[in-house]
Structures are given as C-alpha cells and as structure tokens.
Ligand binder design. Structure first.
Ligand SMILES: [Zn+2]
Length: 562
C-alpha cells in the first residue's frame, strides 16, 4: 500500500484512556514479572496503533497546511495529547514501582527505566494547561513561518523557496535576498517576540511547578538526557570555542580568496565564484541516483530503499502551503519511515536523500524493537543521518557530476563550520532560560554578543535588523524544541569519526554503523557510542582529535582551482 492510501482514523481518546486505566489496574494486580511484561507489551500495541494515526495526520498536515481536515485533527491532538500524557504518566509510575522490576529490566533493558524515571520528573497534571499553551504557541510560530510570502524580483516565494537566491552567484541578488528576508522578519518582529516571550515564561512556569529552579534541567529531562547535564554541555562548547572557531576563521580566509572578496559579508553564502555545487538533474534523476547508491552501499540499504520507493514514503517538492524544513518520521502500523522535504534545487536536496534517509534507514533497521526503543534520543539519532551523508560520499559524482569535488570540500567545511553556530543557538537558550525575565531586546543583545564569540567575522553590512541580534527568529528549534539544537553538533562530532573510519575500511565502518542502527534507542547517547566504538564528544580532547584528519584532508585540497 502507498502512503496516500494509508487509512486514517482519529483515535478514540475515551477508549484509549479507559484501556490505559484497565492496564494500570491489571499491572498492579499482576502476580509475577511475566504477567507484567505481557501488560507492557499490550500497552505497546495500543501505543503503536495510536501513534500511527497521529503520525499519518501530522504528515498530511505538514504536506498541506491549508487542508482544513488535518489542520483540525492536529488542533485536536494539541488539545488532547496532554490529557493522554497524564494516563501514560500513571502507567509509567506503576512500572517503576513494580516489585518485579528485575524481570522487567531483564526484558526491556536498563535504559527503558532510566527514560521512564526521567520522564516522570517532567510531568504533573498541574502542568497540563501549560503544555497545551506551549503547543499552541509553537504551532503559532510554525504557521507564521509557513505563511511567509516574500516578494522578490516580481514573484512571491516562501522562506524555503528563497534559498536559491541566498546562494546566487550574483552578489547583489544574494544581498537583496537577505534584506528581503530580514524585511519579512522585521514586519513580524513584535509577533515573534511575543510568541517567544510567552513560550519562555510558560516553560519557566512549568519548571517551577515541577520544583525545578528554572527550565534548563527540565528541558534536559524532556530531551530524555540521562547521562549528561548542562555542565557537560558547557564544557563541550568550550572545546568548540577553542578548536573549531579558529579553524572556521581559516576557512573564511580561504573563501574570501576564492571569492576574490576583500571582506566577506553575511550574505556571501556561496563557497565558489562559480556558485555552490548543485545537484544535476530533476527530482526523479536524484531519486534514481539514490536508488543506485543504496543498492550498492550494502544489502541492508538496498532492501530499505526499495521499500521506501514501493510504498511512496516521500514528499519531496516545495509547494505553497507546505510546512518548511525536512524531517523523517515513522508509522509503526505499516513499518513505514516517511521522508518529508522541500526540494529547492540546492545541494540541500541531496542531503535529504542522504541525511533524512539515514534517519529512515535507522528506524527501519530498528523496526522490530519495542516502540520506545526504535528511535535513539535526539542526540544519537543525528549520528545515523549525518554519518549516512558520509557513507554516501563514493556516490556523490552521480548527484553532482562536474561539481562533485566542490561538493566534498563544501560538505566538510560546512559541517565543521556548523559547530560554532550550533553552540551559539545552545548557549543562547541557556542564557534565556536562566533568566526568563529578560526583555526581548536583552535577548537580542545576548544573541549578538554570542555571535561575536562564535562567529567573530560575521559582518551584516547594511542589514540593521540582523545587526540587532535577530538571526535566531528563523531557527525553529529555538521556539519549538528548546535545547535540542546542540544534538546536531554532538552527532556531527561522532559522524566525523565515521568519515575517517569509512575511508580506512568500508566493511568495518559499515558493520559498526549498521550495529548502531539496529540498537535504536536501547541505550542512551554515551552508551551507544561505547557499543559502536566511537569517542564521546564530552571527553576533553575529542574534538581536537576528531578534527585533525579532517583539517589535514582539507589542507590537501586546492580549493582555488575546483
Ligand atoms: Zn536529522
């Protein structure tokens, strides 16, 4: 069956809550571990059925936000999910209090319990109205961004469709495109400030209601972090400041030379005077190239990608009314990953077929795990996607043709240069939630001051709006997924290790990667790294060690003549 034909039905919340209540009662009355295991498995079945429907609705809503039917469904979930959460919370509580805990741990693993314990700390019925408010505000932000209509050179574009202009080889065009985007955000500045201010205060109130000092610790628990805290992350950011920022400064000097520009400006978002590497061919060509690539990469990826194609588990083109960005999700009932993207003719399109496909491959490889263990935490999840981008290197010529050497250089430089930006987003949020009473203006000043630390060369030229410290408006994670962003950088540091391993020995590297993919979420980030034989980014010195071979490789490239 194709995704379009997957039947959708709004789950009966009353029935679900009644079933959950019954399960809790049965669980408490169970006489041994085996009985309790069966009840948990029954709960997993209900949860799979339920989440399949919610996921189908959310994908269809993201594909067409103008379709009132699924918009209504999503509103319904926003309002009702927190009520269901309270029942799940009750169930989790009896699970951790089980007298047969040893049997349950033997069956479901220690990490399953660690996650439940962390999740119990993040919920109390008292915060339900705040959770509902948070959902509503995050949706408001999403809709505001999706509705963006920017007039440029006589046509109307959404934010994602502006991408190619920002990468135009004509400096004037990309400069104007940046100013036009700023104009859009400036016109919505007050609204965005209001939404963010309300989100910060709502989350702070949640934290206080649950007995936390502020939102930071709660935010970490909500991200399911069981092995590291804000201190570890702060030390990790120091490694980025020390090792990565100077490397990126050197990249920028090389780029200025390539572009023959004295002083780079923020809108010089191209890597080469001849333009950034671009995928060659239509959407169908790219998908065909991906099909060939996955058939050659490994037996496992061949089977996976054929499954994706057979069931049409993609929505790739950018369209009016479609939500921005890209993501991968999973519909358990049909063992179906789904890839959502907004193709716009830039090299990001290829990333979708490698990065998002990496996520999809991982969840497909973990499909027989228990529901809560199919995905790793957000931090580890990005290892699979970012490493897949590197495993895909030997096939990039099929996508980029004559631009492939440029692609390799841009990909690696871009991935390294991303780390300081990721740290900026992360440190910004720590500063914001440490002090929820900051005014919107003070928040912007903090953003700007962090930019000066992590991206010392950034020069906004005549863009007074970005100079004020507003670049983060476009970073949806800051609104919808607090503290998530650093995960991309943590995973990137791990993915770099696969870049090195794959060049040394593909079979061995692939074996480790596939093993990691099947493990899914059976362990936390640090535990998974150990299983896969990767160095933890939290260990002092890891970034320096990981960066060394990458910088050496980049030094051998004559980028002035690509
Ligand atoms: Zn990802």
């Amino acid at each position: 069956m194709k995704f379009l034909d997957f039947p959708y039905q709004r789950p009966d919340f009353e029935q679900a809550t009644t079933e959950l209540k019954t399960l809790v009662k049965q669980f408490e009355e169970a006489k041994n571990g085996q009985e309790q295991i069966e009840i948990i498995e029954k709960y997993f079945e209900i949860s799979d059925e339920f989440s399949s429907n919610v996921t189908i609705a959310s994908i269809r809503n993201a594909i067409n936000t103008k379709d009132q039917f699924y918009e209504t469904e999503m509103k319904f979930y926003d309002e009702n999910n927190p009520i269901l959460s309270s029942f799940i919370h009750k169930f989790q509580k009896v699970i951790v209090e089980s007298p047969f805990k040893a049997d349950l741990i033997a069956k479901f693993g220690k990490h399953y319990f660690n996650l439940i314990e962390v999740s119990l700390k993040t919920f109390d019925e008292k915060i339900i109205p705040l959770l509902i408010e948070e959902n509503k505000l995050a949706r408001e932000y999403d809709n505001l961004i999706a509705a963006a209509q920017i007039e440029f050179e006589g046509k109307i574009y959404n934010l994602s469709q502006m991408g190619p202009f920002l990468e135009s080889i004509d400096r004037k065009t990309r400069h104007q495109a940046q100013l036009k985007m700023s104009e859009y955000f400036q016109a919505n500045e007050e609204k965005l400030d209001q939404i963010y201010d309300s989100l910060v205060k709502t989350r702070h109130q949640m934290a206080q209601t649950l007995g936390f000092k502020n939102y930071i610790e709660l935010g970490y628990y909500r991200m399911g972090r069981t092995e590291y805290d804000a201190n570890d992350v702060a030390n990790y950011r120091e490694q980025i400041k020390k090792e990565v920022v100077p490397a990126v400064t050197k990249f920028n000097q090389r780029k200025a030379k390539r572009l023959k520009i004295e002083k780079l400006k923020s809108y010089d978002r191209i890597s080469f005077l001849s333009g950034n590497p671009k995928p060659k061919g239509t959407k169908a060509d790219l998908v065909n190239a991906a099909k060939l690539m996955y058939s050659e990469m490994s037996a496992e990826t061949k089977e996976f990608f054929e499954y994706m194609l057979k069931h049409e588990l993609f929505d790739l083109e950018s369209k009016a009314g479609k939500r921005g960005g890209g993501f991968c999700t999973y519909i358990p009932k049909y063992e179906a990953p789904f890839i959502f993207a907004n193709f716009n003719g830039t090299l990001g399109d290829v990333d979708v077929l490698t990065h998002e496909a990496g996520h999809a491959f991982q969840v497909y490889s973990s499909r027989n795990n228990y529901p809560s263990q199919r995905w790793p935490g957000m931090d580890a999840a990005e290892i699979h996607s970012m490493s897949m981008e590197f495993f895909a290197w030997p096939w990039m010529e099929a996508f980029f043709k004559e631009d492939s050497r440029k692609y390799y250089f841009t990909h690696l430089v871009g991935a390294i240069s991303f780390l300081p930006y990721g740290a900026t987003v992360d440190e910004f949020q720590h500063r914001v939630y440490e002090n929820p009473e900051l005014t919107p203006e003070a928040r912007k000043e903090i953003w700007r001051s962090l930019e000066k630390i992590y991206s010392p060369e950034i020069d906004y030229d005549d863009d007074d709006f970005l100079k004020k410290g507003t670049y983060w408006y476009r970073q949806s994670h800051i609104f919808g997924a607090p503290f998530y962003y650093i995960d991309y950088t943590l995973a990137q540091v791990c993915a770099f290790q696969y870049w090195v391993k794959d060049r040394l020995d593909h079979e061995k590297a692939w074996k480790s990667y596939y093993h990691l993919s099947t493990l899914g979420g059976t362990q936390g980030f640090v535990g998974l790294l150990k299983e896969a034989g990767l160095d933890s980014p939290f260990e002092p010195g890891t970034i320096k060690k990981v960066l060394k071979p990458l910088l050496e490789y980049l030094d051998t490239i004559d980028d002035l003549n690509l």
